[in-house]
Design a protein around this ligand. Structure first.
Ligand code: GUN
Length: 295
């Protein structure tokens, strides 16, 4: 069997069209342009390219967008001060500080400084708390993107064995909560979360009807670790080299070529989860702006 290759780009493009229309409507009816501020500290090449992609999409969809590029030696206080400024800026509805941050900056403090109403990443404890309690406000973009993707391909989730490899705050943890919460159409699963202390990873992954991998280890998941007919979602983005033109060569956490012969559906890297993440950021920012109208 050869799997359905899930086209994240195509699904994301459809949702972006809807967002674009909503942005136009919000402007016409309420005079509000959704505003997104992205803040990058340092010069990590992956982070630079992610932030650039986020800004490009924001502009294409008609958002007001500002980009702050701060040097790697920016102090924590300077960064916090910038966040406070955007917290008060009524033209900005979403603030995103690209992670990871340089080691001398306390990530927790930075996340806490963003007002929950502008935390379009969904990382603030208030937003994460709301998610855990089953009343989500802003949901982290990658987990939300995975959920929307599963819904769009018509993947039945209720009652399924879902195995997530990776327990990060950004992906694994919130995704587990979304998948087991009592909601339709993509909740109500039985979820197992595997991590670095899991004794026999393959034992768990082989049981998965839906396998989601987010650890950042190239080709960690091989075909023998996957059940015949499983749906495989690869969140990993690993830079494994460069083309002669200097473009990064990317690969996921799953051995795509071999696993696609066994899975019923699989996401490629690039072109799978990545475009969905950016689209969900736009969705959250639009939602933040719409909440201004309701106030
Ligand atoms: N670094 C990797 N993924 C993300 C994300 O979704 N948001 C932010 N702010 N930083 C990231």
């Amino acid at each position: 069997m050869s799997a359905l290759i899930i086209d994240g780009k195509k699904i994301a493009a459809e949702i972006r069209e809807e967002i674009k229309k909503e942005v136009e409507k919000l402007k016409a009816e309420h005079g509000i342009t959704p505003g997104l501020a992205t803040i990058l500290v340092g010069d990590d090449p992956a982070s630079i390219s992610y932030v650039k992609a986020k800004q490009n999409v924001a502009k294409k969809l008609g958002f007001y967008s500002v980009q702050e590029n701060l040097p790697a030696d920016t102090s924590e206080e300077e960064l916090l001060e910038l966040i406070r400024r955007y917290n008060k800026d009524s033209s900005i509805h979403g603030i995103l500080v690209q992670l990871p941050l340089p080691k001398h900056i306390n990530e927790e403090r930075v996340i806490m400084e963003i007002v929950p109403e502008k935390d379009v990443d969904g990382f603030h404890p208030v937003n994460l708390g709301n998610l855990v309690r089953g009343k989500p406000t802003f949901v982290p973009c990658t987990p939300l993107g995975v959920m929307v993707m599963l819904e769009k391909i018509g993947c039945e989730v209720e009652g399924k064995e879902v195995v997530i490899v990776g327990r990060s705050n950004i992906v694994g943890k919130p995704l587990a909560i979304l998948l087991f919460q009592k909601s339709k159409p993509v909740g109500n699963a039985t979820v197992t979360v595997c991590h670095t202390a899991t004794r026999d990873l393959a034992f768990h992954t082989k049981r998965a009807d839906i396998l989601i991998v987010a650890v950042g280890k190239p080709k960690l998941i091989t075909a023998d670790m996957v059940k015949e007919g499983a749906v495989v979602i690869d969140v990993g983005v690993n830079r494994i080299g460069q083309t002669p033109e200097g473009k990064a060569i990317l690969c996921g956490d799953v051995d795509f070529e071999k696993v696609k012969e066994k899975a019923s559906a699989i996401t490629p890297v690039p072109g799978g989860v990545g475009p969905m993440t950016i689209t969900m950021l736009m969705k959250n920012t639009l939602e933040a702006a719409k909440r201004m109208v309701k106030k």
